[in-house]
Design a protein around this ligand. Structure first.
Ligand code: PMP
Length: 439
């Protein structure tokens, strides 16, 4: 299900000004993107007048859905007072106070404008703090566009190498070999591998970057043993643990590390903390965050940015986060469980070779009969990608935007009826296409 006629015309125009007609590689097009006119709550309306329940929410950002009234009001008030200043504003203090008060192990925070930047500065902070240059990361995990975290982000299986010692793989031709030399790649949930690789490179490693539930790794939970092994080996060797919670902060009131028993030294945040405006944040232990401290002259790590802590992102983030109370998280958890359980039951009943993973307000359907154990399995199951494309099309033709190849997510304005609709449409998909697609 691609766009309607106005989307088609828009895409034709866009192809004359953008290399592929878009500004993001992640834009879904089938064969053209659906151009959006406006959003309201859990729904979006496209330029051709169609209405969709939005399970993308700008790649998990809009936890309160579209045009959330408190955010709209806060932004309207702020824009009349000015959009950005060279001087700080009170909004940044209030949002920082909220995060430091709420997220464990965030003693101090620093605002930037994207998750990419948050990860970039977290890695640099770890390097400045430890005076070491290498980092470790999980094979296949996505952490934005900083070269070092782009290593082994996605590649053909032929290059993967021994699973116990995955190879560092270029993300684009021309990526310097020196970058590859500085990144140690670990397989998700590989306890022994993690211990061995971290120990072997201990003297050179500044940090291990870990998204507790990597979306591209299949959106599966870390085992307690894996968390413990990483944590212990890192601590024993002076390696910092950077929890990348740009996406998964939405897993709970205190974020994902708290949910999975991880005690990070540094946490990167983004998406939900900006209320729909661009944002990123690095938070962490007071002594580590001191690398940013410029009060006595040049800091160990200078960090600026024309739009860092801009008042619009601060004010929108504050309005969004203040409404994310325990009740909001429990509502999201209930709907998430309803959808995952509902879909699982249907799959079981039908015997289809599909499964669903995820937690809290996130879920992902895979074209395989049991959850993938890591990125390699999730990647290989893409052989079943045709099924996923059909699923996304079927959902779109039933008025639901279901991300293709990414985590689907819920937002607080979603109702129980919305969640039940998701399950019903999934049932319709199994009925309609089961035989045709040979699931
Ligand atoms: N880290 C993770 C875990 C992410 O999911 C993302 C974005 N999807 C990023 C970093 C990069 O964030 P941004 O797109 O805001 O640069």
């Amino acid at each position: 299900a691609g766009g309607g006629q106005i989307s088609k015309d828009s895409f034709a125009r866009a192809r004359r000004v953008f290399p592929d007609g878009t500004s993001r590689v992640t834009i879904e097009r089938d064969p053209e993107p659906i151009y959006i006119e406006r959003g309201a709550g859990s729904h979006v309306f496209d330029v051709d007048g169609r209405r969709f329940l939005d399970l993308n929410c700008n790649f998990t950002t809009l936890i309160h859905g579209h045009a959330f009234p408190p955010v709209v009001q806060a932004l309207t008030d702020q824009i009349q007072r000015g959009s950005c200043f060279a001087n700080p504003t009170k909004g940044e203090i209030e949002l920082a106070e909220l995060l430091c008060g709420r997220i464990p192990h965030v003693d101090r925070v620093r605002f930037v404008n994207t998750g990419t930047e948050a990860v970039l500065f977290a890695v640099k902070a770890a390097r400045a703090f430890t005076r070491r240059s290498k980092i470790a990361k999980i094979e296949g995990a996505y952490h934005g566009a900083y070269d070092w975290v782009e290593v082994s982000q996605a590649s053909a299986p032929a290059n993967w190498g021994d699973p116990a010692q995955p190879k560092s793989i270029q993300n684009y031709q021309g990526m310097p070999d020196s970058v590859l030399d500085e990144v140690v790649v670990i397989r998700f949930n590989d306890v022994e591998g993690a211990r061995q690789l971290l120990s072997a490179h201990a003297r050179d490693l500044a940090a291990i970057v870990l998204d507790p539930m990597p979306s591209r790794g299949g959106l599966i939970a870390p085992t307690p043993e894996f968390i413990a092994a990483l944590q212990e080996t890192a601590r024993n060797n002076g390696i910092l643990v950077i929890a990348d919670e740009v996406l998964n902060l939405r897993q709970g009131f205190q974020g994902a590390s708290a949910r999975y028993g991880l005690v990070p030294d540094v946490i990167t945040m983004g998406k939900i903390i900006g209320g729909g405006l661009p944002i990123g944040a690095v938070g962490g232990r007071e002594d580590v965050m001191k690398v940013f401290d410029a009060s006595a002259g040049r800091p160990l790590l200078p960090q600026g940015g024309t739009f860092s802590a801009n008042p619009l992102s601060m004010i929108a983030g504050l309005a969004s986060m203040r409404h994310l109370d325990h009740a909001a998280f429990s509502h999201l958890e209930t709907l998430g469980t309803l959808i995952r359980d509902g879909i699982s039951r249907l799959i079981e009943k039908s015997g289809a070779s599909l499964c669903v993973t995820g937690a809290a307000s996130l879920f992902r359907v895979h074209p395989m009969g049991r959850p993938p154990s890591d990125y390699r399995e999730a990647y290989l199951s893409q052989g079943g990608a045709a099924v996923m494309k059909e699923l996304t099309r079927f959902f779109a033709s039933n008025g639901i935007i279901l991300p293709y190849g990414a985590a689907a997510c819920l937002s607080t304005p979603m109702t129980r009826a919305d969640a039940e609709l998701v399950v019903d449409v999934f049932a319709g998909f199994l009925d309609s296409d089961q035989n045709k697609l040979d699931l």
